[in-house]
Design a binder for this molecule. Structure first.
Ligand code: ADP
Ligand code: MG
Length: 367
């Protein structure tokens, strides 16, 4: 049975604008649905209706067997407090209450203010040391996490999030997405509006809104080989001990989510277990990738004298298209360099061996 049923819902703000135009969709219990679409396509309007903050002009919304349109105002307020968790981009925190009090307020609204429990919720989102801070003293990422703590307190079966990562930097985006992943793993249904395809891809299913209508519905694409390469690059630099790996390989870092790492274990790229370790074939693949990238960087810098930002951009493309033969030619042309312009070691290739660049493991003599 569907957990949420949206039946031919229309919402008009004035006579001309139909923010939603006969939208129908279903959400399964525990499902993570991503709502995508251009600005003004009706995403926020849909979320407001699901959250009981607004009512449709036509059609109906049934959540867990309850027809929201049939609820009286007090009943709708109760639904909002008890059955849904709202995480919006504009944080809706009360500015003169501390983080702890903001979470306790959610409990108060659920008539169960309990300070230790609120503190625990904040600890679970990594804000154990921010309990007494006012929202103004919290960063965007921290505010977002207070909202999530607040949305978690009652374990609502339906969590609604409107572009929750829209204004966050990469590190905070990752923390926040990890929290949503936990919400999902606990079996709470999650409807998340996002512009970002890499965030949408985390969902079980995506719908695309356009001009207030559902224009498409699809399962997120699986990761591509190129995605795996990006993650491998990030892991390689991390294993090299580079503290800035998450900045240099931003895309790989963002994609290195627990589910993807699990897939890479299944694909034999990462070794089984909780430690981050490459298998032999994973190591070879990463080594060859890093070799191509660093050789390309050396070529662009030394031979073509490109600017640094241009070098990085071009090298990121080149590393995916250089054939082994071309790679060896470039390496030979450059005289088998040992390190890239940033001083990072370039893994050796077959051409380096034959050029006698490496005193490899001693050969056994047969004579
Ligand atoms: P999205 O979240 O996808 O950007 P919205 O749901 O916010 O889109 O808006 C859909 C359409 O409805 C837009 O054309 C927007 O201008 C209009 N709209 C949204 N809220 C209101 C409102 N309160 N009053 C009038 N028009 C609105
Ligand atoms: Mg919006």
């Amino acid at each position: 049975m569907s957990f949420v049923v949206v039946e031919s819902v229309t919402r008009r703000y004035d006579r001309q604008v139909k923010a939603l135009d006969k939208v129908s969709l279903e959400i399964h219990p525990g499902e993570w649905l991503a709502v995508m679409g251009p600005s003004g396509s009706g995403k926020t309007s849909l979320l407001n209706l699901l959250g009981g903050l607004d009512v449709p002009d036509e059609g109906r919304i049934v959540v867990h067997g309850v027809d929201l349109s049939a609820l009286s105002r007090p009943e709708r307020i109760r639904y909002r407090r008890e059955s849904v968790g709202l995480v919006f981009q504009q944080f809706h925190l009360i500015p003169y209450l501390t983080a702890l009090e903001n979470v306790m307020l959610a409990q108060y609204l659920h008539s169960m203010a309990d300070e230790p429990e609120a503190a625990q919720a904040l600890e679970s989102v990594g804000l154990g040391d921010r309990l007494q801070h006012l929202p103004a003293a919290l960063s965007g990422g921290e505010k977002q996490r207070v909202c999530i703590a607040r949305a978690l307190i009652n374990r609502p079966a339906l969590v609604l999030a409107d572009e929750p990562t829209g204004s966050l930097d990469e590190a905070n985006e990752r923390t926040v997405l990890d929290l949503f992943r936990r919400i999902h793993e606990r079996g709470q249904a999650l409807v998340m509006v996002t512009h970002d395809p890499s965030v949408g891809r985390l969902a079980d299913r995506q719908i695309q809104l356009q001009h207030g209508r559902v224009a498409g519905e699809f399962l997120p694409p699986r990761e591509t080989e190129e995605d795996l390469d990006e993650v491998l690059e990030y892991l390689w630099m991390k294993l090299e001990g580079d503290e800035a790996a998450h900045e240099v390989c931003g895309r790989g870092y963002r994609m290195a989510t627990p589910p993807l790492l699990e897939r890479m274990r299944a694909l034999g790229i990462l070794a089984p277990g909780s430690e981050l370790a490459l298998t032999e074939s994973g190591h070879q693949r990463a080594e060859s990738l890093i070799r191509r990238q660093r050789l390309a960087e050396t070529l662009f810098t030394q031979t073509f004298q490109m600017q640094e930002h241009q070098v990085e951009e071009e090298a990121c493309v080149f590393e995916h298209i250089l054939s082994p033969a071309m790679t060896d030619s470039i390496c030979t042309f450059l005289g088998h360099p040992r390190s890239c312009p940033h001083g990072k070691p370039i893994p050796r290739g077959a051409c380096c061996m034959s050029a006698g660049q490496v005193t490899a493991a001693p050969h056994s003599h047969r004579s």
